[in-house]
Design a protein around this ligand. Structure first.
Ligand code: PLP
Length: 292
């Protein structure tokens, strides 16, 4: 069962509501047009990880769509209420894990924008991908999203509710016997996963190095990738933001898809070819993410 707290003028700090009741107007433009923004976060032992990074990205997304952002203290209170009332979830090596969402919708013409937060136990199959890994295939993105950054109405870098493409991608890859997609440009440059950032490990001149594509060039800046890089630097890894191609992934010592709830999924196969994997490095990344 999902726990829901809605923020509105009467309850700016949020009100716990019954999710089995109708809560959203049939004319809500978050629903009818995907016009809104969101964040998906992980809570461990009912405490949200890297909240400030998520709040910063939500602020950025809301500004791009000219949507009002709830005050940080109101949002924090609404999240606290939802977490306190959430049902018991699986306990992993990290602790009890919930998936937490913040949604800001355009709402209706009559009532305007509104927000809500949800908390639900993280599904077991999401947790399993950390240990089992994922098979990925590269899929063309159609055009280089870096070109969109010049046009603010294309909302590059905003995490909007319009995720129908990302979900269609996941359905498509399943028909191909894979679990995940990695988007590439027409010149085969690596971009990001459908709902994740790509991290590659290589030893360069004897130095263990993590690589990822430059996050602000039309791809979503991942908070998980950011956190892993921040911790990795403290633990002796060199970091590089650079152009990567499928060949770099095939020749690497490991490729991972990073996102807030799944955390880190090792890519075991790329386009059917087995990749090198390192359980030790996967565990090191998980430890980085547990350090907060
Ligand atoms: N890229 C896309 C397109 C995403 O949807 C996501 C997460 O949902 C990410 C990257 C990873 O972001 P984060 O690590 O902040 O969850």
């Amino acid at each position: 069962m999902t726990t829901v707290v809605m923020l509105n003028q009467q309850h700016p700090e949020g009100e716990l509501v019954d999710p089995s009741r109708p809560l959203i107007s049939i004319e809500d433009e978050g629903l009818t047009r995907g016009d809104g923004v969101f964040e998906t976060m992980i809570a461990v032992n009912r405490s949200i990880r890297k909240f400030d990074a998520h709040f910063e990205r939500l602020t950025n997304s809301a500004r791009k769509l000219q949507l009002p952002l709830p005050a940080k203290e109101h949002l924090t209170q609404a999240l606290k209420t939802a977490l306190e009332n959430a049902e018991q979830a699986h306990t992993t090596t990290l602790g009890e894990e919930h998936t937490v969402k913040i949604i800001i919708s355009r709402g209706t013409t009559a009532n305007g924008p509104h927000s809500w937060v949800t908390v639900a136990p993280t599904p077991q199959n999401t947790l399993d991908q950390r240990t089992h890994g994922v098979k990925a295939i590269t899929l063309p993105r159609g055009h280089d999203p870096a070109q969109d950054t010049a046009y603010p109405w294309l909302l590059a870098g905003a995490k909007t509710l319009s995720y129908a493409i990302n979900m269609a991608v996941l359905r498509y890859v399943r028909t191909q016997g894979a679990d995940e997609a990695i988007f590439i440009t027409d010149d085969r440059r690596i971009l990001e996963g459908a709902t994740s950032s790509v991290i590659v490990a290589q030893t360069i001149n004897g130095q263990k190095t993590l690589l990822t594509p430059e996050p602000n060039h039309g791809i979503l800046p991942g908070t998980t990738q950011g956190m892993i890089f921040e911790q990795a630097r403290k633990h002796g890894w060199e970091l590089k933001y650079q152009e990567l191609y499928p060949q770099d992934l095939l020749e690497s010592e490991g490729v991972w898809l990073a996102s807030s709830v799944r955390l880190i999924a090792p890519v075991t196969h790329l386009n059917g070819t087995a990749l090198a994997t390192s359980q030790q490095t996967t565990e090191e990344f998980l430890a980085f993410l547990a350090e907060e």
